[in-house]
Design a protein around this ligand. Sequence first.
Ligand SMILES: NC(=O)c1ccc[n+]([C@@H]2O[C@H](COP(=O)([O-])OP(=O)(O)OC[C@H]3O[C@@H](n4cnc5c(N)ncnc54)[C@H](O)[C@@H]3O)[C@@H](O)[C@H]2O)c1
Ligand SMILES: [Zn+2]
Ligand SMILES: [Zn+2]
Length: 347
Amino acid sequence: MRALVYHGPGKKSWEEVPDPMILTDTDAIVQVGAVTICGTDLHILKGDVPAVTDGRILGHEAVGTITEVGPGVKNVHPGDRVLVSCITACGRCRYCREGQYGQCLGGGGWILGHKIDGTQAEYVRVPFADNSTYQVPASVTDEEVLMLADILPTGYEVGVLNGRVRPADTVAIVGSGPIGLAAILGAKLHSPSHIVAIDLATSRLEAAKQFGADITVNSGDDDPVARVMELTDGLGADVTIEAVGVPETFELCTQLVRPGGHVANVGVHGKPAMLHLEDLWIKNVTITTGLVDTYSTPTLLNLVASRHIESARFVTHRFCLDEFMDAYDVFSRAGETGALKVALSRH
Ligand SMILES: NC(=O)c1ccc[n+]([C@@H]2O[C@H](COP(=O)([O-])OP(=O)(O)OC[C@H]3O[C@@H](n4cnc5c(N)ncnc54)[C@H](O)[C@@H]3O)[C@@H](O)[C@H]2O)c1
Ligand SMILES: [Zn+2]
Ligand SMILES: [Zn+2]
């Protein structure tokens, strides 16, 4: 088969590799129908994730058809169309039993395209297939379900649910990339009074408006703290969601939050950020961090199937599987190309 293979920092190719095989009795093999690229894949290609080594097939988001299962797989069968989630779950360890699949101790967690070969290929081996795949209703398209592999559960669980968004809240979301936009869609499910989107890129703020932010602030030429304070009678936002991953935006979230409010960090940080306890100690704020667990996937899948979440709107560019190199090029130049998510499909 062909696959997108990482060959060390800055190097990747779409090349011929051996087909994956069932290695343990809980594995399934999935023929990839559609697959996407994540910002995390770009981090890997920069060399920021040293656990990913030369020869690794990238990718942790896909939808496809089961072609083969090990004898221990009971829930899914050859021919089933399934979502392959970014998080794999053994189902048996302490964390899996608490629904914290991202922290799986039994060999799961974020492993696809990280510790084992991933989804950017014609076929992928999915360990613990019963707990790591989701059957897809026929009414939901490949592109719609693909957005549930990572971005929608991440924005919803780590942003909206960790941030405890409640009806009538003012929610300030810093960063309007796919994750920030997913947080906007997730926040809307809880009827907030206002969703304030903050970003430096006009094109991303435009997208934020289309996804449902009623107020956008370009923090390059406007003061988001002043805007949010005006909106909330000087109190601050009930919930602030960090969806960038740099120290400034985390610190901004802690300035934007009201006393008693929640700061939900979603961004992946590579550097320390300052925690201003000299200001925050008196404010009763709750700060959460997290890797997505994907416990909300069944709920989100129902919301997509019932048309309460329009997930296909993330897809700005479409390719065939063998156009992977072009797709990476377009996705990595999102500032120029306006890419949010790219979808690569078989055929
Ligand atoms: N916690 C998790 O489980 C998890 C899962 C997936 C992704 N992530 C992380 O979420 C973050 C967002 O992901 P994404 O795919 O949307 O990324 P992205 O790069 O597409 O979007 C980031 C956005 O932030 C904006 N931005 C950059 N610097 C800014 C600043 N100083 N102020 C305001 N806006 C700024 C950019 O213009 C861009 O629109 C990343 O750090 C990613 O690694 C976390
Ligand atoms: Zn991802
Ligand atoms: Zn586990």
